[in-house]
Ligand binder design. Structure first.
Ligand code: AMP
Length: 217
């Protein structure tokens, strides 16, 4: 199965995609993680993307499309299938995707704005491995330390309050039209999350159930 997990920032899509990767044995591809990795390693590409990232803006299409195309052409994606998290975010990106791969299903997460703001402002990520936590709803065993690798947990630059507003604006202006475009082309399943307290495993159960009902898995 090749899938796209779609939802506003803070909808939990990164966390759910990680769990789905383990449960279904598919490859999770997060363009946000790829961007952060390039910035962390201070590569030439990373330096081009840093300004956009820090301001909560979208990185230009041609950079993201090229980066993703390379990743999808790796053998693991062909063998196991993949789940895209954070891509496409513009209609251009969606159209480019049609040229180099076939997507079976869009998993669409519906989340009200207040849940988004609450989730993002309390989110933390591991500086070393990128694992996602939340100081209120998904606490690590030891405060400030990653359960998986012992790395330090930090707040993402773009999870700071002034930037969150900009990301929600970008979502409605650019990303939502992309979803509308995708839904005219690709079958989808829809799952609603109307409280920040619903545990990720419960949400993933709902997603898996719908995917099974519609015979995608
Ligand atoms: P995310 O972790 O998915 O919220 O992505 C964090 C940031 O990375 C975004 O605010 C953008 O600056 C950049 N980014 C990630 N994916 C894309 C994409 N598909 N198109 C443009 N920019 C992206």
């Amino acid at each position: 199965m090749n899938a796209i997990i779609f939802g506003p920032p803070g909808s939990g899509k990164g966390t759910y995609a990680s769990i789905l990767q383990e449960r279904l044995g598919i490859v999770k591809i997060s363009t946000g993680d790829m961007v952060r990795e390039e910035i962390k390693k201070s590569t030439e590409l990373g330096m081009k993307m840093k300004g956009y990232y820090d301001r909560g803006e979208l990185v230009p299409d041609e950079i993201i499309i090229e980066m993703l195309k390379k990743r999808i052409s790796q053998p693991d994606c062909k063998e196991k299938g993949f789940i895209l998290d954070g891509y496409p975010r513009t209609v251009n990106q969606a159209k480019a995707l049609e040229d180099f791969t076939k997507i079976d299903v869009v998993i669409n997460l519906k989340v009200p704005d207040w849940v988004i703001v609450e989730r993002l402002s309390t989110r933390r990520i591991c500086k070393k491995c990128g694992a996602i936590y939340n100081v209120k709803y998904l606490k690590p065993k030891v405060e400030g330390i990653c359960d998986k690798c012992g790395g330090e947990l930090i707040q993402r630059e773009d999870d700071k309050p002034e930037v969150i507003k900009e990301r929600i604006r970008v979502y409605y202006e650019k990303i939502k039209p992309t979803l509308d475009y995708l839904l005219t082309k690709i079958p989808f399943v829809e799952v609603t999350c109307d409280s920040p307290e619903i545990p990720p495993e419960v949400m993933v159960d709902k997603i898996v159930k719908k995917l099974k009902e519609k015979k995608f898995i």
